[in-house]
Design a protein. Sequence first.
Length: 331
Amino acid sequence: MMDSTTMARLRYPFPSLMNPHAEALQQHTDRVWIDGEWAGIVPPEIAEGFKQVRTAYMTAFFFPSATWERLIPLARMMLFSLYQDDVYEHASPDQVQHLRHQTVAVARGEITPQEAGVPLARAIAQIRAEALAFIPPTSVARWADDLDLYFQGLEAETTHLAADTVPGIEEYMAMREKALMIHPFLALKEIETGTVLPEGIHDHPVVRRLKSLTVRITGWFNEFQSYDKDMRTGMGNVNFINVLAHHHRICIDQAREELFSIHDRELDEFVRLQRDLPDFGRWSDPVAQHIHHFSFVISGWRGVDKHIHRYDPEYYPDQDTLCATAGKDPT
């Protein structure tokens, strides 16, 4: 849980709501997926630790109004993000490149999980099939493209980790936006809202910027949240606070202040753009609703902080065990 002083400075003018299915969804996640379908992907002791991360609660805050049926692919995607992020954050860039090619091909429906031969491919195929029950192939294709973006970011991140180098500031900001893996969740927002927007609206520069800002603002919150974890797990060179301190030649406290400023500027921009949306004709109200649901992700990541243990030291997964797990297909 983040310290109260930092939390007080990271406030949002959006409601933070929790889906009423949160606890039932967590039980489903633990018993049906972690203990059942996903058994063997990681060692049992790490799987038990993953239950404490409470990914269903993350889903419940990201998608507070989704029905139970619509929550299933969203919660499965959230669990995928945890396994993917923790198992492969110290993988080699070559491993990530292979994983990207195979996983994204499954997400696009080009190959089967068996043909992919990577541990989490079956989960991606299930998410794709479940999503297609609620949104059209064009929306699912956007999700697959955003999943590809994530792997691009992870490949860049693991390259810096392997070389023990510090990325440039602009490079880091672009890399972090991709590697945070929130773009794919925003691509699935139509599952929750039940309204599929035309492709031209998704491609509109203002909508694209609001989507980008949603990810970035959430990411800057996460930089504060994960700082101690990053330092303890050998990822300090890919935390924005240290990146700012390194390039500006300032102390950590000054770098934290700089990140607060970046966070606040981008939050102000989001609020302004949300308030002054372009006229989309008959789609104006659905677009406003869609952006409103983006704001649930920003406030939801803050809201879920007190419900999860992802950043508590006693729940950090063992890195050597995870590195040995990476790339193995339990089937």
